[in-house]
Design a binder for this molecule. Structure first.
Ligand SMILES: *[C@@H]1O[C@H](CO)[C@@H](O)[C@H](O)[C@H]1NC(C)=O
Ligand SMILES: *[C@@H]1O[C@H](CO)[C@@H](O)[C@H](O)[C@H]1NC(C)=O
Ligand SMILES: *[C@@H]1O[C@H](CO)[C@@H](O)[C@H](O)[C@H]1NC(C)=O
Ligand SMILES: *[C@@H]1O[C@H](CO)[C@@H](O)[C@H](O)[C@H]1NC(C)=O
Ligand SMILES: *[C@@H]1O[C@H](CO)[C@@H](O)[C@H](O)[C@H]1NC(C)=O
Length: 538
């Protein structure tokens, strides 16, 4: 991923342990969007006066408390990016965007009107801030990502950061020390995890932020998050989905009740005969998908959440073509697919013949993690160097959220193996954070606590807009989940577009999709009505 001109939102990782780590270290992330085509200049003029403003990529820092429970521990430098190109005095909102689990230095594009963040600012003559989340990028309370340092890496500390920042920052603009939340309406914006953080902050600090906009906000912590794969299963071409399910069912049957020879045969079919542990094979095989080859990365599920309405399904079409177009005859399967035998042979052949050979270079940590998650000495587990979003993110997963992307329960069809289970993920929490866990964490209890504390799906916060995407694999953790009960109301609208993860934050997606366009326009209407009622309290 090159982020040259760009950009906002490489977003938003939100993938679990291993699948994200090997992707990112080779320079790709599930959930990353390529925005190089957007030509965002760093140079800006004030819209009303034409005055030249500092370039958008100017880095500002804020002295943030290391520990909100114990201010005497002092402060660290929290980075932010800022633009007041749209600002007009008296009444303009301050739009605060925390991009969550990211190095935020590439996200200054979010300051512009190509993204909802800057678009909201422009519409209401406000200023925009991109604030880097603690323990991501260069905003680190301590100089490493050790378990000791992570004592202050909690959801609540991140929420408290929002409060301390809003109340104490002197914004780098004329009169910027007179724009606290009692003097100007602050609007908190987030997407994905930071969308949840938007909801949690507003629930935890009523009255601090006047309004909020939460895109694909994963408000509900769910330990066994098998529902991740449900929108994909549902929206893949019917034949492809049916055939993948048939193969997965067979793989699980062999792995759980086959003998050693049968299991070895199965691994060989996919050229994965050297993978020792069956669950690693299950994971590697069943995310065929995010598998590494010496050549192109074949991503189906990883690319899905990042897909655009103009390229439906992202990278899913390659594997689906391989499975559904019969190589001999060129014929296409009907909606029910070809069935197990053909699908298994086609999948094996695709791996064996069409793609370049697997990298089994076990010297590369991420390849090793891909095919051997049992190696506790892997640097992907042991390195504590800062600016490693995977490690910082995995800490939150292992201690608070879970969201393990596991196979579906046995009663449900699944497009990923059921050997990929909670244990597979939580074992890796121990390997990555041995000082914190002597045995695997029990994340489902932590997830319950998160939902109780911050409301999950049931949050009653007002002047908070939720926008979701129908095809988003994270939909079931949002207020648009089938399991969520509230349809929203005029003070907490729940809007739904037909896109993927955080699609609505991109103005370009709203140009391509009328449904996303409608969510963007409605959101502005709600904000307009609310902002017209705002009164300073000091
Ligand atoms: C994300 O999606 C865009 C287009 O929708 C695509 O160009 C890009 O390669 C994708 N990135 C990844 C990592 O899948
Ligand atoms: C079958 O799969 C092909 C290849 O992905 C796809 O183009 C087609 O729409 C699918 N047809 C049905 C009926 O699912
Ligand atoms: C794939 O290659 C392995 C050897 O690496 C072989 O045993 C297997 O039969 C091949 N499968 C297909 C479908 O060609
Ligand atoms: C949310 O509401 C549902 C039903 O109204 C209830 O069953 C559930 O326990 C609530 N969840 C939380 C976290 O309060
Ligand atoms: C919605 O669609 C119209 C027409 O294509 C376009 O001009 C506009 O920029 C889109 N976005 C929003 C937020 O209205």
């Amino acid at each position: 991923m090159a982020f040259r001109n760009l950009s906002c939102l490489s977003l938003i990782a939100l993938s679990a342990i291993v699948s994200s780590s090997w992707a990112v270290r080779l320079g790709r992330r599930p959930g990353v969007r390529t925005l190089e085509s957007l030509d965002i200049s760093h140079e800006v003029q004030h819209k009303a006066t034409g005055a030249t403003l500092p370039p958008l990529d100017t880095i500002y820092t804020f002295d943030q408390l290391i520990d909100h429970e114990n201010p005497s521990l002092g402060t660290f430098k929290q980075r932010f990016w800022f633009s007041y190109q749209y600002y007009e005095p008296a009444g303009g909102p301050i739009v605060l965007f925390n991009p969550g689990e990211e190095d935020a230095s590439r996200l200054f594009g979010c300051l512009t009107n190509q993204y909802m963040t800057g678009y909201i600012a422009e519409a209401f003559h406000g200023a925009v801030i991109v604030l880097e989340h603690r323990f991501f990028g260069e905003s680190n309370p301590y100089p490493d990502l050790s378990v000791k340092s992570f004592r202050v890496h909690t959801i609540q500390q991140a929420i408290d950061d929002h409060e301390y920042f809003a109340k104490n920052v002197k914004l780098p603009m004329p009169g910027g020390d007179q724009l606290g939340p009692e003097k100007a309406p602050w609007v908190l914006v987030g997407g994905s995890y930071s969308g949840a953080l938007t909801s949690y902050t507003m629930a935890s600090k009523p009255g601090l932020f006047y309004a909020g906009y939460a895109s694909s906000a994963v408000v509900q912590a769910i330990a066994d998050y098998w529902a991740y794969y449900e929108p994909i299963r549902e929206f893949l071409p019917a034949n492809c989905s049916a055939d993948i399910q048939a193969v997965i069912a067979f793989v699980d049957q062999v792995l759980t009740s086959g003998n050693a020879d049968e299991i070895q045969d199965l691994k060989d079919r996919f050229g994965l005969g050297d993978v020792t542990h069956d669950d690693d094979f299950a994971h590697a095989r069943t995310c065929p998908l995010i598998l590494f080859r010496t050549g192109p990365v074949v991503e189906v599920y990883g690319a899905w959440q990042n897909a655009s309405v103009t390229t439906p399904g992202g990278g899913a079409s390659d594997i689906c073509d391989a499975l559904e177009v019969d190589r001999a005859s060129g014929k296409l399967a009907g909606p029910e697919g070809w069935g197990l035998d053909h699908a298994l042979a086609a999948w094996g052949a695709y791996y064996n013949e069409t793609l370049p050979p697997f990298t089994t270079d076990f010297a590369v940590p991420d390849i090793r993690l891909c095919f051997d998650t049992y190696d506790t000495q892997n640097p992907a587990y042991t390195s504590v160097t800062v600016n490693n979003w995977v490690r910082s993110w995995d800490w939150l997963l292992c201690t608070q959220f879970g969201w393990w992307q596991v196979g579906a329960p046995a009663s449900q069809p699944s497009i990923i193996s059921r050997l990929v289970d909670r244990q597979w993920y939580e074992r890796q929490c121990v390997y990555m954070f041995p000082e914190a866990f002597s045995s695997p964490p029990v994340v489902f209890l932590d997830a319950l606590r998160v939902n109780q504390q911050y409301g999950g799906w049931n949050t009653t916060t007002e002047r908070l807009i939720f926008v979701n995407g129908l095809r988003d694999p994270w939909r079931e953790a949002t207020v648009a989940a089938d399991g969520a009960t509230s349809p929203g109301w005029d003070m907490q609208p729940h809007l739904l577009g037909d896109g993927y993860h955080i699609s609505d934050l991109f103005l370009s997606e709203g140009v391509a999709s009328p449904a996303i366009n409608a969510t963007q326009r409605q959101a502005l209407e709600y904000l307009a009505a609310w902002l017209s009622d705002w009164q300073p309290s000091a």
